[in-house]
Design a protein around this ligand. Structure first.
Ligand code: TYD
Length: 216
């Protein structure tokens, strides 16, 4: 396998099983001899984690204010963790990245896509994930998983079927627009079955080089 780092993002609605699949992928890559770093957004380093806490604890935040905070956290995460790790040859697996902003802040909260892309450019320039794995389940499966794991801990976990459906459609659109880097995975079924779908799709792309030019 190539020794250059790769940036792999996981996306999808609430309750699609990102955390489990991220753990399985990190283990698989480690077993294959790669140095693996796992991280999440909003979050990362100290500032990013503090912003995550603010976002999680405030239930009446203005959508633009929320978007600005998310991109501030992203900038800090990018500069302090993502870029250094990639330079060290680490395979970075990130639980959510800017596609989530397009879906949650853009589609759901009606912040304009132009403004989100402008903030994206300010925060991370033309940096893009090498591969984005989008986990896809029906709203029924998501709701069932959230309830059975007692995962209700923020406004999105507690939302109705209609919102789940809108978020799902948003990620389908992301898969369509960013078709070169995105892989839409059916995330219904056992953890093992879902992981083998991910691995089969990822293996095909994993040997190709990084396409980002801005890793200076
Ligand atoms: P999530 O990734 O589902 O993790 P957990 O439920 O385990 O804490 O939670 C992150 C939340 O942040 C999720 O509801 C989506 C939201 N979010 C945005 O609204 N915009 C973004 O750009 C990102 C990265 C996340």
């Amino acid at each position: 396998m190539n020794s250059t780092g790769r940036f792999i993002t996981f996306e999808g609605g609430e309750g699609v099983g990102k955390s489990t699949q991220i753990k399985l992928l990190a283990q698989k890559l480690t077993d294959l001899g790669q140095k693996v770093c796992v991280t999440r957004e909003p979050g990362g380093e100290k500032i990013g984690e503090q912003i995550r806490e603010i976002l999680k604890s405030s239930n009446s935040i203005d959508p633009i204010c929320e978007t600005l905070l998310i991109f501030a956290a992203r900038r800090d995460h990018f500069v302090k963790l993502i870029c250094p790790w990639l330079h060290q040859g680490c395979w970075v697996i990130c639980d959510r990245f800017y596609d989530s902003s397009l879906v949650y802040q853009g589609l759901l909260k009606k912040v304009s896509i132009e403004n989100i892309m402008l903030l994206k450019h300010i925060a991370i320039e033309d940096f893009e994930p090498d591969v984005t794995i989008i986990l896809d389940t029906s709203p029924d499966v998501s709701i069932h998983r959230i309830k059975s794991r007692n995962l209700v801990n923020d406004e999105y976990d507690d939302m109705g079927r209609q919102k789940h459906d809108l978020i799902r459609k948003g990620f389908h659109k992301i898969a369509e627009i960013f078709s070169l880097r995105s892989i839409l995975i059916n995330a219904e079924g056992s953890e093992k079955a879902v992981f083998s779908r991910i691995w089969r799709a990822l293996e095909k792309r994993i040997y190709t080089g990084r396409q980002n030019k801005n890793q200076s």
